[in-house]
Every structure is written in structure tokens, then in C-alpha cells.
Design a protein around this ligand. Structure first.
Ligand code: SF4
Length: 317
């Protein structure tokens, strides 16, 4: 199967910027961005990030504020902090050269089994397997697995990576999952592994892989958007990102409800109530120019709720 799969990849792969030279730093940045984020969403962030921080040295030396501003909107900000911490180690201990050794990579912040395998195979073309959501779906459907486990998946991926060029076969599995073997309505008629796919033969594509529903938790949050006459907002810095004051219950002051919005972070659904007005106690907060700060997409959404409901001018970032 690997031959057809690799041939299909060579002929059909999307022209993505990190595939031009497979520079290890570029591959690493793109893989970190692509965890939990689709290629189309991540692409503009990737290009902005590398235009501002084109080398691993530039990332290591950058201000955290700049790194988080470039990351703002992608979510999962610990990924950006780990990436920078790892870049600093690579510059300090390995002369700025990304190690082409699996065990060394695993010692760097934020690099687990998947990320080390991705850098080793895609950047260095070495036979290390990778299993992400796309690979899991493709391998489970090909083999007809309904109760697959991690060990089984990693072993199947490992077998493939020793049969064909690691860089091509790993990317082929991921690309097939992203562009053909979609979660809903896979395009089996154009699939290069159709002839050996158990799910296709048995018509069970929509039952594989089995989706385990995670319990969704709902949290209610209260935020206060307080603005000075000059246009500055009362904000506080939390793990490198700026956010509006958040409360468990309404504090002293003259706050009035100005709107509400919803936001989802992994399996948490947030019901967000937004207040505005005056706050009695502003300890721990600073007056900040919103347009210059690294903020999360939730913070942007909160401000959007206010500006929409109160018809205030929009702040662009
Ligand atoms: Fe997925 Fe269909 Fe290809 Fe099987 S034949 S791997 S279900 S796209």
C-alpha cells in the first residue's frame, strides 16, 4: 500500500511553504501551529511568524510579548511559550542547530512523541512514526479497527515508516486524512488505498473511528470592560496575555450588563457575561492600549460584544 500512497502524495500534495526546503526550524514551527489548528487557519500565522522571526536565533532572542502577539488568535499559548523556551535551549546548547536525534529532541520543552517523530521524519527524513487525528482515522479505516488503541496505531505507523521514505509516507498519511479521508463524507472513489481499505469494502466509513463523546462542561464567566476617556482599557497580564478583569461574582462599583457571548475551549463551553461601567477596586490592573497588546481570541470576542452592543468604534488589531 505504501507505494500507491507515496505516489499519490507526490502527485497531489498541497504546495505548503515548509515543503519547499524542509528547513527543520520551519517544520517545527508549522507542526506546533498545526496541533489543534487546520492548515488554512494556521498558514497566515505561519507566514507572519517566520517573516518576523526567520531564524531560531531570532525566536530565542525575541521578547515574549512579540512571540505572543504573533501567536494571538491561534490559542493554546503554552505551545508558543514552549517553542520559545526550546529555541533558547537549542541556541544555548546546540549552537542554533535543531538536533537530528530523537532522544535529544524529547528533552526539549513541548516536544513529545508526536512532535519528535514529526521533526525527525519530515525535517530529517528519518524513520520515526507519527500518529495524529488524521493518521488515526486513515489507519483505523484501512484496517477496519473499531476499538483501536494507541499501541496498535503507533505500531502500524512504525511499520509503514520503515517500508517507504519516512518524509513522504508520514506526510502522505496526514495529507490523505486532511484532504480525502475526511471525518464526514470521505472521498473513497479517488482514494489511492481504496482497494485494501476494510472500511470502504464493508461500507463502515461513518462508524470508524468510533467517536468517544467527552462530557462537555459549561462555565459561566463574568468580565468587566472598563474604559477611560482617552480610550485606554483596564486590563491585567496573565501568562503573557492581556485580559479584562474577570470575576466569580459581581464586584463593588457601578457595573451594568452590556452583552454576552459564547466561547469554546476544547471541551469547555464558556457562557460569558460582559459588564461595563466603573470598578471600585482596580488593584492589579493597568490602563492599556488594546490595539498594541497580545490578547486571546476570547478577549477580542468580549470587546467585540461590547462595541457591537454599545455601538462603540471598533478596535482593530
Ligand atoms: Fe478513507 Fe475511503 Fe480511502 Fe478508506 S477508501 S482510507 S475510508 S478515503
Amino acid at each position: 500500500m505504501h507505494e500507491g500512497l507515496v505516489r499519490w502524495f507526490i502527485e497531489n500534495q498541497r504546495a505548503l511553504p515548509w515543503r519547499i526546503a524542509y528547513d527543520p526550524y520551519h517544520v517545527w514551527v508549522c507542526e506546533v501551529m498545526l496541533q489543534q489548528t487546520q492548515v488554512e487557519t494556521a498558514l497566515p500565522y505561519y507566514e507572519r511568524f517566520l517573516a518576523a522571526l526567520p531564524t531560531i536565533e531570532a525566536l530565542a532572542e525575541a521578547d515574549e510579548h512579540q512571540v505572543l502577539t504573533l501567536w494571538a488568535g491561534l490559542g493554546y499559548y503554552s505551545r508558543a511559550r514552549n517553542l520559545q523556551a526550546a529555541a533558547k535551549t537549542v541556541v544555548r546548547e546546540y549552537g542554533g542547530v535543531v538536533p537530528d536525534d530523537y532522544e535529544t529532541l524529547r528533552t526539549l520543552p513541548g516536544i513529545g512523541q508526536y512532535m519528535a517523530g514529526a521533526i525527525m521524519s519530515i525535517a530529517f527524513n528519518k524513520p520515526y512514526p507519527i500518529v495524529d487525528g488524521n493518521v488515526r482515522r486513515v489507519l483505523s479505516r484501512i484496517n477496519g479497527w473499531t476499538g483501536e488503541n494507541a499501541k496498535q496505531l503507533w505500531e502500524a505507523a512504525e511499520m509503514l515508516v520503515h517500508q517507504a521514505e519516512p518524509r513522504a509516507v508520514n506526510q502522505a498519511l496526514m495529507e490523505l486524512g486532511a484532504t480525502v479521508c475526511a471525518f464526514k463524507a470521505p472521498r473513497c472513489l479517488v482514494c489511492p488505498v481504496r482497494d485494501i481499505c476494510v472500511a470502504f469494502k464493508t461500507g463502515t466509513q461513518d462508524r470508524i473511528p468510533v467517536v468517544k463523546k467527552r462530557p462537555e462542561t459549561i462555565r459561566v464567566l463574568l468580565f468587566a470592560v472598563v474604559q477611560q476617556k482617552g480610550g485606554l482599557y483596564l486590563m491585567r497580564k496573565e501568562k503573557g496575555l492581556w485580559e479584562f478583569p474577570m470575576f466569580g461574582e459581581l464586584p463593588e462599583g457601578s457595573l451594568v450588563k452590556a452583552g454576552s457571548c459564547r466561547h469554546t475551549i476544547t471541551h469547555h463551553r464558556l457562557e460569558v457575561n460582559v459588564y461595563t461601567g466603573r470598578l471600585e477596586n482596580t488593584d492589579g490592573f493597568e490602563w492599556m492600549d488594546f490595539s498594541e497588546l497580545p490578547v486571546s481570541s476570547l478577549t477580542k470576542k468580549i470587546l467585540g460584544t461590547i462595541t457591537e452592543n454599545l455601538k462603540l468604534p471598533k478596535v482593530t488589531k
